[in-house]
Design a protein around this ligand. Structure first.
Ligand SMILES: C[S@@+](CC[C@H](N)C(=O)[O-])C[C@H]1O[C@@H](n2cnc3c(N)ncnc32)[C@H](O)[C@@H]1O
Length: 357
């Protein structure tokens, strides 16, 4: 039996209030199926009884459980492939040139789910020939769900999960066996800091070079989408990069971003950013080609003056570790996180952004 309209409205209002997630009409079955395990665990016969109790007696812990249950945590390593090719072939080379004075790159995975996205970014950085051991690449990974963040922080994945999108060579390089599962090695885990954060709330964060805001705006209404994008723009450096999910866009929501499309991959930059010096990769019949794994840069790039400049102006690639090596050398894996508290926080109002470098 599905819940009645009043209980459904109560849940959808609560979820919108606490997470900005919209549960539209007709999703009674979804609420029912997601909340039934909670109702049972809390000792209620059905979802209606659980909601009735919450309507009478406010309970912060139960609210949080309900919100978490209504999130969709679908994700995979190197999801959609092409954005990670763009990260490897355009974004990292461009940042290596622009951040050569500090050797520091900060990346935010803003709805990280169970961690496959931030770990894919970390592995890409570790394997990138231009990101040598003198570079510090640190990734802040946030999500609204405590439960999913605990899984992410643990970095342990089933065979089925690693089979989804993770190249075999990366599994060998960056994972170790944990009984029948696989665990991300400490060198990769130490590059990622997990933190609970609700995108619907104001966020005070240091400037970021890259933001991954993938497959989460789809759950919000247009007003929230526009608001989140505007606030993301404030923490993104003026020459930074924003990745959205395949069905998401800034168009019609925030005209402060410029779209760069290469084949099926799209990346956004704050409008008015200096032109890219890194040549965009050629699009073949199979899309952008190299998805993940060791990138042969700049050989896979169109040969041009800018590519030559890139190769000359950044440190040479470090040697590849043997395929059987237990872990990669840890580029940027300091294990400590002073940058998060020490870097200047962009002002919430007034002039939007100031370059740091
Ligand atoms: C479909 S997953 C996307 C994961 C990953 N970014 C990807 O593209 O594979 C959406 C994630 O957004 C999180 N989420 C939903 N609403 C949120 C909010 N208001 N603030 C932060 N995270 C939220 C969910 O908990 C979920 O883990």
């Amino acid at each position: 039996m599905t819940i009645n309209l009043s209980a459904f409205t109560f849940v959808s209002d609560l979820v919108k209030q606490d997470s900005a997630i919209i549960i539209g009409p007709g999703k009674e079955y979804l609420v029912e199926s997601r909340l039934l395990p909670i109702a049972r665990a809390e000792g209620y016969g059905d979802v209606g009884a659980l909601i009735a109790k919450l309507q009478m007696t406010p309970d912060v812990r139960l609210r949080q459980r309900i919100v978490e249950a209504m999130t969709t945590n679908e994700t995979s390593f190197f999801r959609d492939r092409d954005p990670f090719t763009l990260l490897n072939q355009v974004v990292f080379p461009e940042l290596c040139r622009r951040r050569s004075a500090t050797h520091r790159v900060t990346i935010w995975s803003a709805a990280c789910s169970s961690g496959q996205e931030p770990y894919s970014i970390a592995m890409s950085a570790l394997d990138h020939p231009l990101i040598t051991s003198e570079w510090q690449v640190q990734i802040l990974a946030t999500d609204i769900s405590e439960e999913i963040l605990q899984r992410a922080e643990n970095g342990r994945y089933s065979q089925l999960e690693v089979n989804r999108g993770l190249p075999a060579a990366m599994l060998v390089r960056h994972f170790e066996r944990a009984e029948t599962d696989w665990r991300v090695v400490p060198a990769v885990r130490s590059m990622v800091k997990f933190k609970r954060m609700n995108l619907g709330d104001p966020f005070d964060l240091p400037f970021m070079d890259v933001v991954f805001l993938r497959n989460v705006l789809i759950y919000f209404d247009s007003v929230t989408k526009a608001d989140v994008l505007q606030r993301i723009r404030r923490v993104l450096r003026p020459d930074g990069f924003l990745f959205l999910g395949g069905s998401e866009t800034t168009i019609g929501l925030d005209d402060g971003f410029e779209r760069i499309a290469v084949g099926n991959a799209t990346v956004y930059r704050p409008r008015g950013a200096d032109p890219l010096e890194t040549p965009l990769p050629a699009v073949g019949t199979a899309g952008l080609g190299v998805a993940a794994g060791r990138v042969s840069f700049p050989a896979t790039q169109p040969v041009g003056a800018a590519a030559a400049t890139t190769a000359a102006s950044v440190p040479s690639a470090r040697p590849a570790p043997a395929a059987s090596a237990p872990a990669s050398p840890a580029a940027g894996a300091t294990g400590s996180w002073p940058w998060l508290s020490q870097l200047p926080i962009p002002p919430r109002s007034g002039p939007p952004r100031q370059p740091l470098n």
